[in-house]
Design a protein around this ligand. Structure first.
Ligand SMILES: Cc1cc2nc3c(=O)[nH]c(=O)nc-3n(C[C@H](O)[C@H](O)[C@H](O)COP(=O)(O)OP(=O)(O)OC[C@H]3O[C@@H](n4cnc5c(N)ncnc54)[C@H](O)[C@@H]3O)c2cc1C
Length: 425
């Protein structure tokens, strides 16, 4: 394999994982990052690695959720009314993707990753990367029995298709509260998903940065990629507004929720990547929950993480990936307050916001941006960038080496993830 110089634009989850696998292949790697490594949505997330849950967000509830998102203040989904004109195309694509056949196609495309997602993480762990700090179980909860039973059946069906491990038996009432004593009385139904795991993304990212530094990554901070340049290059501005061009043999664009800005300025047709902002905070608790609790109807997750309790949720579309809105933290607090007892909600710390790189059909963009193949895109991982980061990095290394991406003689079908595809087909 010819060793190449690869410029990775963006040092978040996908950029760091891609850099790692490229360095393992012996390539020279330069990461170009506008702020610091591990910025964007890389560290404050829920830390879930979910072979069972990697599916598009759009569902049969999408139309109802969009209406609530525009008009209801205290909903998990919020859509800024002033941004509706810009979000119209995305919204239509999102609605289309919620229809049965397209949703089924999206599920099947993403399920290709299910068997390999934890194996890829394990390979990184075997190389010394820190995948610790997560919780020991994964409890799905609901306040209504039909919501719980419908989700249980959906996960059981995925398992029957070979897409991950089956859920454990449904629990209710006292049995559920014995399994997780910190739940409030409102939450009466749930089940464990034994195939899902969690890690501390702060530790993971720090350890990944350390390892890629050992492997010789060159890191150029304070450079914001404006557009693609000629051949395999990116045109950036530095902190003094000077133009700087960084060139290599190949470019991987991994700029998360900012990817469409760069592709648009470069006049590259692509499926739009839109920021879907999520929030998290840490809260002191009297008794730590025994397990991660993922509430399906409260749309929030509480995660015992490295001895602290992190609370995560909210999906906010306002077109401003960097802007923090403290009212969203209050909404998240309200959801979590109804889920677990014994937290000091006013004592919360580490308030954080990160933009998920969302696509209307829920599928990432993985592949060449230009016919020459000098520029590749790895972005649009929606709510699953931690789950899919390690395996995406491996796929990017395969593409750059000219290998057929795949695991154990099972090639990935990357066509559903083409950079230029119809948002609704
Ligand atoms: C609240 C929340 C909870 C989540 N929970 C989970 C979870 O439990 N499991 C899971 O799998 N996923 C989760 N996610 C999703 C996951 O965090 C994202 O999918 C993932 O971070 C996307 O990785 P990325 O590298 O594409 O983008 P990011 O991680 O956001 O990184 C993008 C990087 O590119 C840099 N950048 C942007 N523009 C430029 C530019 N022009 N020039 C140079 N650099 C640039 C940014 O500064 C940043 O460092 C969650 C997200 C949120 C917000």
């Amino acid at each position: 394999m010819k060793k190449q110089h690869v410029v990775v634009a963006g040092g978040g989850l996908i950029g760091l994982c891609t850099a790692y696998w490229l360095l393992r292949d012996g390539h020279r790697v330069t990461i170009v990052e506008r702020t610091k490594l591990g910025a964007g949505a890389a560290t404050g997330n829920a830390g879930e690695l979910t072979p069972q849950m990697v599916a598009p967000l759009a569902s049969s509830n999408t139309a109802r959720d969009i209406i609530h998102g525009v008009f209801a203040h205290r909903h998990y989904l919020s859509i800024a009314p002033l941004r509706l004109p810009q979000l119209a195309r995305f919204g239509m694509g999102f609605l289309a993707a919620s229809a049965g056949p397209l949703r089924a196609r999206g599920d099947a495309a993403l399920a290709q990753f299910t068997p390999h997602l934890l194996a890829s993480l394990d390979r990184m762990a075997a190389d010394g990367i820190d995948t610790s700090g997560g919780s020991t179980g994964f409890l799905m909860t609901a306040e209504s029995e039909p919501t719980m039973l419908a989700a249980h059946e959906a996960y059981a069906e995925r398992a029957r298709r070979g897409w991950g491990d089956p859920p454990e038996d449904p629990m209710s009432g006292r049995e559920l509260h014995e399994a997780e004593p910190t739940l409030t009385e409102r939450t009466q139904f749930g089940f464990m998903l034994p195939g899902e795991v969690s890690i501390d993304p702060v530790k993971f990212v720090a350890s990944l940065i350390e390892r890629i530094t050992e492997l010789g990554a060159e890191v150029r901070l304070g450079l914001t990629v404006q557009r693609l340049g000629d051949g395999a290059s990116v045109v950036c501005v530095d902190e003094d507004a000077r133009q700087v061009t960084v060139s290599g043999d190949r470019v991987v664009l991994a700029t998360g929720a900012w990817t469409s800005q760069v592709l648009r300025r470069s006049r590259i047709p692509h499926i739009p990547v839109v920021p879907g902002k999520g929030y998290s905070f840490t809260v002191p608790v009297k008794t730590m929950p025994r397990t991660l609790v993922h509430s399906m109807d409260r749309h929030c997750v509480v995660i015992p993480m490295s001895g602290r309790l992190r609370v995560v949720g909210i999906m906010s579309f306002d077109g401003e990936p960097e802007r923090f809105h403290s009212d969203r933290i209050e909404v998240l607090r309200g959801f979590a307050e109804g889920l677990i007892e014994g937290a000091d909600w006013d004592g919360r710390t580490d308030e954080w916001m990160g933009p998920r790189p969302m696509t209307a059909d829920g599928l990432p963009l993985i592949g060449p941006a230009t016919p020459s193949g000098e520029v590749l895109v790895a972005s649009g991982h929606n709510m699953h960038g931690l789950s899919l980061g390690p395996i995406t990095g491996q796929i990017m290394a395969d593409l750059i080496a000219g290998r057929q991406p795949g695991v154990a003689n099972w090639p990935f079908d990357l066509r559903p993830f083409a950079v230029r595809r119809s948002a609704v087909s």
